[in-house]
Design a protein around this ligand. Sequence first.
Ligand SMILES: [Zn+2]
Length: 618
Amino acid sequence: MRTMKKFDKQIAAEILRYALWFGVLTGLVEGALLYTLRGFDLLKGQITYLGAGLPVLWIAPVFDALLFLLAAAGLVVLTLFLPQVWVKRLALFAFSFLLAFSWLGTILSGRLSPVAFIILAAGIGYQVSLTLFERDKRFAPFVRRTVKGVSVFAIVLLVVIQSGIWISEQIAVRNLPPAKQSAPNVLFIVIDTLRADHMSLHGYERQTDPYLASLAQQSVVFDNAYATSSWTLTSHASLFTGRWPYEHKADGGRYLDDTYPTIAEALAARGYRTGAFNGNFETVTSRWGFARGFHHFEDYYQTLPQLAVSSFYGRFLEYYVLHKVFGMEFSIDRRWAPSVNRSALDWIDQDNDRPFFVFINYYDIHAPYISPERARFSQFENPGGLVNTDWTTADIYNPKTPEQVQGEIDAYDGGIYYTDQQIKWLMDELDRRGLLENTIVVITSDHGELFGEHGLWEHHNSLYRPVIYVPLIIRYPASVPHNLRLETPVSNAALPATMLDLLGEPSQDLFPGPSLAELWRDPSAAARFPDPIAEMAESSWVNPNHLSIKGDMVSVISEEWQYIEHEFNGVELYHLKDDPDQLNNRAEETPTVLDKLKNYYLEAIAKLGLTWPYDIEK
Ligand SMILES: [Zn+2]
């Protein structure tokens, strides 16, 4: 048996130095690759999927340095058992391999199997380590001389990027025009994925939303509010610009371009500080065009796990080790409501001189349904989690027993309760600061959800009523009535125009509207309100069972009917009151209603010179 050797400080220091040098260098190039490839939309697959904004330039070197140092610690232990020269060869190979693997992985992930680039990286690592070992007399002093420099460079990047983001926000806010005297704040909350008929506010049998139901007593509530699509991108684009999907065209793979002004831009121009606090890292991001007009935009990098999984290795370890090997079901970077609330409040507290516009997206209800309140309404111990959208390996369409379906619904409902209580917490905090009374609070959702109805799961799958039916609550004691319910079908795309109206600009040409306030000011306004339109473009990456995988869809909702058309599957027409489950397609027996709603839509898009399905680049 080999005996333990004396600990050699010198070789330990050398290995740690190599680790730091290789780690930082690996991360600097990895960060630059992630940032550049993301800019050209060239990142593919699970591993390099998410955050690749400017901060990744410092995040990758910091995280890689930590990882390489961890590997070095193992190698240092080996020096107690193995000849030094072996350990040194091993260290050079390990670090060269990790370097090559990161760079190749960043470029090839999603294009080539990981096994292929492991083999490739091992070959390259072996060759590089041989060369370096042969020239170690020159390489070792070189590393010794430059290790400080590369490490300092990574830290300088961190400081410059983070302070740059902070300083540019301060300058932008300082240069704002003055706001009107005592202009109210605006708090715009989107509860991602909340279908309104799962709220007690809208007659659901469970007490999913006790706080929102009590808030309704001081608010106007729209009982028939609809999103403009059944997925985040298209719907948020309408919520921000006040435009229909056929106008802003942010759908399929197209991001929100700068054709139309956003509510954040409009409020910044009126002297508001603007901040966005997102739980949805997938879509409500700067990459998809949503940061425009915001001085402060949080779409990523707020917690340690999010930092880690922004780097190639963090994401790789999460996916292949935690998920594949240890069977971890869900990604570690989910951002829950308390974190969103905390950030929003801290940001609000930074400046009491100007009115704020705060946009919040809560992601707690979204699949997988794993919120801390997932078991609240369930007789099962651990409901939810089967409709798992964190990893594409788990098909949300896997067959489920009736109990499993119920478990998913239970857990989803628990998520609503959880979010409801988090909103209460935020509102109480604003109240405690004396800010609530002078704040216009708007609460809605971007789309609903399906639990097997029409054979469909999740959302972005169709335009049936439950995936576009959303809550819409407006509270502003100074000018919005209390405890008023309005029945007129409305689109929440009217919100930008409504917000400006409540700020004292009833007619303006930034957002087409009409303002929802007309409905409570003038009872005859309902007759001239547009029928809510929803659209969904074909998307190549969605689940193959979703109707959106093949063909565009459109929907129009009138007082009594919903018309739906799929590019290839044809037309559907449902009576909303007689047939709430939408099982009886009456398109053939009531052609006049069908034609009326279809023509309503065709005439609307014809104003932009469009015909349906419109053939714009997917
Ligand atoms: Zn969404």
